[in-house]
Ligand binder design. Structure first.
Ligand SMILES: Nc1ncnc2c1ncn2[C@@H]1O[C@H](COP(=O)(O)OP(=O)(O)OP(=O)(O)O)[C@@H](O)[C@H]1O
Length: 276
């Protein structure tokens, strides 16, 4: 309850609203007779969801509570990257603060996935500097899941790696999955799920401990149109709650929904030559 209250305070929720949310939450917990973490997952994540819901339900003419200053969670400075004999990234710089959404666009092979791997620390840039917060989630474009493990096993493994108990990770995962329109069947092996449902599992794993930064590589792949809209609703909720989101997209309509766009171009022969 203490971290629930602390997070609500840091998100600018007024004392009166906080008291109401705490009372409601206590009553729900007593009625369900379950440990709060089993019901809601991490206290900070639940607090952020409630604060975001509160903001979106407030009438537009009421001024929003002032947001605390947003810290930079990702900064790339002059990143260059070679893969094999090819120069892939040339002097890429960007800065992302909590609550911002940034889209990376570009043609096939322009280096979008490579850029995300640099951000996640999987690839080391040839030159340039990466500064990133500790708390981040990454949903890669492919090979994110182990096909022979069940949904529950994925949630428990990812949860435990981030310090949560298996039951808490499963409760949080189920809640995230249901927001994406899938009532999780925990015992099902992931390899037998449809591509879109696998994508929902991958997204839920990335968001499991409400990180400050989310790296999403073409997160809409395989999603039907309803799930696609649900995903954008979630992205809006997460960003309003202070999560920074960097996503790779090919969809031009996504560009209207974000705060920043970075376009990567496939490097021409002259640039290739300069990097040799
Ligand atoms: N494992 C690898 N080893 C060597 N080169 C690679 C590897 N993976 C990708 N590349 C090369 O890096 C370049 C950028 O690939 P990347 O997958 O980052 O592009 P992308 O913009 O994400 O493409 P797409 O839109 O098709 O997903 C390409 O020339 C690709 O051939």
């Amino acid at each position: 309850m203490r971290s629930f209250t602390t997070e609500l305070t840091s998100l600018g929720v007024t004392a009166q609203q906080r008291e109401q949310l705490e009372t409601d939450t206590r009553l729900e917990v007593e009625a369900a007779d379950l440990p709060p973490a089993e019901m809601y997952g991490p206290a900070a994540l639940y607090a952020r969801e409630l604060a975001a819901a509160l903001r979106s339900s407030e009438p537009a003419r009421q001024p929003l509570p002032p947001m605390p200053p947003q810290e930079v969670v990702l900064r790339l400075t002059d990143i260059c990257l070679r893969r094999g004999r090819r120069a892939v990234l040339d002097q890429v710089s960007l800065e992302l603060r909590r609550g911002e959404v940034l889209a990376v666009v570009g043609t096939n092979g322009a280096g979008k996935s490579s850029l995300l791997q640099v951000c996640a620390g999987i690839l080391r840039p040839t030159s340039g500097q990466v500064e990133r917060c500790q708390s981040f989630g990454y949903a890669p474009q492919r090979d994110a899941l182990a096909p022979l493990l069940t949904v529950d096993e994925h949630l428990s493994l990812f949860g435990c790696a981030r310090g949560a108990t298996g039951s808490r990770a499963r409760a949080t995962g189920y809640r995230l999955l249901s927001t994406l329109g899938w009532n999780a069947r925990g015992a099902q092996t992931v390899g037998t799920l449809s591509g879109g449902t696998q994508q929902k599992v991958s997204l839920s794993l990335a968001q499991l401990d409400a990180p400050h930064l989310l790296l999403l590589d073409e997160p809409y792949q395989g999603l039907d149109s309803t799930a696609y809209e649900d995903l954008w609703e979630l992205i809006r909720t997460w960003s309003r709650a202070g999560t920074a989101i960097l996503l790779v997209t090919h969809l031009l309509r996504d560009v209207d929904r974000v705060d920043q766009v970075i376009e990567l171009a496939a490097l021409d022969e002259r640039t290739q030559e300069a990097h040799r």
